[in-house]
Design a protein around this ligand. Structure first.
Ligand code: SPV
Ligand code: MG
Length: 537
């Protein structure tokens, strides 16, 4: 049932039905969750939460904006307290159209003058609208609505303004004839005598809505007996919020800490729930590019890094601080920034020192006698879906990851074609020969790995492998199986394998390993100089 149809059904039904006040998206959602089948978008509460008076100080479009959030946040109908319609018949027509566009189920207008004053403030001093003018406004609103079920409630302020029963009845009847879908009869008395007298005389001519803010001690049974259509609890969520916020603010101000309040207020996760966080997480799975979101990463950080001397007496290489935070933290940050959030770090040496929060860990407790492939094997359960494997001592810029996670290849390695300078330093390097040198590669062709090894005299070198490897879902499966087979075949040999050994096995089994060329922008931290270079990296 559409929202306006639902409100119409509530108005026309023979039972008393209830509308709960709300004043923004959050309170509207809370009202619906509590079970209310409809919402009163109170003018008093909306203006109060905006920090202004209930005197049309907030413009009608500002109110419209609030009610739009309320409507978006809920599935139950909303009856907007439209004050006097924010102008004459013409403003009313536009209001009705704008409300319908926002799926607001109806509007209540009161027969006072713009700018209005709240009925509980000097009510008897408030002039009432001319009935002809007000009836014209009701008619204009009804003519403007495009849905048959949009609801216009005419609010009679005769009691508020001190005019008495006769005038209240006269006005109500005129408004009924003008086409109002219901009459709201308002009273500021502490007892319900006025509205009950009215209802007795009015009988069942047309549905009657009431707002028992002042005569709140009246049992609901009485309203039921008198066959009122709708009871509006008009401002109680706003007033609850005021009390709660005052208490919490005072408490925190006094205590200068949060201990006394924390247990008594909604948890942050409850707020996330009300905001619909889970729906977004689900939608992200459906709509965000999977290559970025579903990729995970395994970071191999088990080794000590003896070459770095006493820097690694108590911490592994990956935890050496560079620019005030561990090398590994920089690497993790890079991954997270390209939306790769499922991260697994394989620890070994001083594993208790590797304690970056919110990541998974796998441990290679035989780190002293085993190689990196054995470390990776400890995280083999993570070899599924798109996975990037990299080292805990290799710093790289995020654009590298960004391109890599977009590459659909089953096996992709990142190769630095500016390798020659570094080769002069005579450091251990993984040299690669590719199908094409970088100089021959255009934007459109892909490059494959031909061979990889540490001895550059044995090949035509096109670059250096950076230690970064990306596997597709299919690639991960093949890779995992290969590791398992090799381990089963010869566990002793397996323990000494390096990743290039596995890449060679892949090549010899006929797999294509794609090459993504880069020019620098990465750093393999092996020596103290590198740590220093890393500081400016
Ligand atoms: C409101 O909630 O803004 C109303 C009802 O108009 S009352 O404040 O009782 O006038
Ligand atoms: Mg109001």
């Amino acid at each position: 049932m559409k929202k306006d149809q639902k409100l119409r059904e509530m108005i026309l039904s023979n039972d008393v039905r209830f509308l709960m006040e709300a004043h923004n998206g959050l309170s509207a959602k809370i009202a619906e969750e509590a079970g209310f089948e409809g919402i009163w978008a109170s003018g008093l509460s909306i203006s109060a939460q905006l920090g202004v008076r209930d005197n049309n100080e907030a413009s009608w479009t500002q109110v419209l904006e609030v009610v739009e959030f309320m409507s978006d946040a809920t599935t139950v109908p909303i009856l907007l307290d439209g004050d006097t319609g924010y102008g004459n018949f013409n403003n009313m027509r536009r209001l009705v159209r704008k409300l319908e566009q926002r799926d607001v189920a109806g509007v209540c207008i009161e027969d006072k003058l713009f700018p209005k004053t709240n009925s509980f403030i000097r009510g008897t001093a408030q002039p009432l609208a001319d009935t002809d003018e007000f009836c014209g406004k009701i008619k204009a609103g009804k003519d403007a609505q495009t849905s048959d079920n949009f609801n216009i409630v005419a609010r009679v302020e005769a009691f508020i303004a001190g005019w008495g029963l006769k005038e209240a009845l006269r006005r109500a009847e005129l408004y009924r004839q003008a086409g109002a879908d219901a009459i709201l009869i308002h009273s500021a008395l502490k007892n319900p005598s006025e509205i009950l007298e009215f209802k007795k005389e009015w009988a069942d001519r047309h549905p009657v809505v009431i707002v028992p803010t002042k005569y709140y001690t009246t049992p609901t049974e009485v309203f039921r007996e008198y066959k009122f259509s709708i009871v509006i609890w008009a401002n109680h969520l706003m007033r609850t919020a005021v009390t709660a916020m005052q208490n919490t603010a005072r408490q925190i101000y006094q205590d200068q800490n949060l201990l006394a309040v924390e247990e008594n207020i909604a948890s942050v996760s409850e707020v996330f729930r009300l905001q619909g966080e889970t729906e977004l997480a689900e939608a992200e799975k459906r709509y965000l590019p999977t290559s970025h979101t579903s990729a995970s990463a395994i970071i191999l950080a088990a080794s000590r890094g003896k070459e770095l001397g006493e820097l690694t007496d108590n911490i592994p290489k990956a935890m050496i601080p560079i620019r005030n935070k561990p090398l590994l933290a920089h690497i993790i940050e890079n991954y997270r920034e390209v939306n790769i959030k499922q991260l697994c770090v394989v620890r070994g040496y001083r594993k208790e020192q590797v304690n970056i929060p919110a990541i998974d860990y796998a441990d290679n407790d035989d780190y002293e006698t085993t190689g990196e492939v054995y470390s990776l094997f400890q995280a083999k359960e993570k070899l599924k879906g798109n996975v990037i494997v990299s080292y805990g001592d290799v710093l790289f810029k995020k654009h590298i990851l960004y391109e890599l996670s977009d590459n659909p290849g089953d096996f992709v390695i990142v190769v630095d074609y500016q390798w020659e300078k570094k080769a002069e330093l005579n450091r251990p390097m993984d040299f690669v020969q590719c199908s094409e040198p970088k100089s021959n590669v255009s934007f459109y062709n892909t490059v494959s790995l031909k061979s990889i090894g540490v001895d550059k005299s044995k090949m035509q070198v096109h670059g250096e492998w950076t230690g970064i490897l990306k596997l597709s879902a299919k690639g991960s499966e093949i890779f995992k199986k290969l590791l398992e087979d090799q381990f089963a075949k010869n566990a002793v040999e397996f323990k000494n394998f390096k990743l290039p050994d596995i890449l060679r096995s892949l090549l010899s089994s006929g797999q294509n390993i794609e090459v993504q060329y880069i020019a620098g922008d990465w750093l393999d931290v092996d020596l103290l100089d590198d740590v220093l270079a890393g500081s400016g990296f």
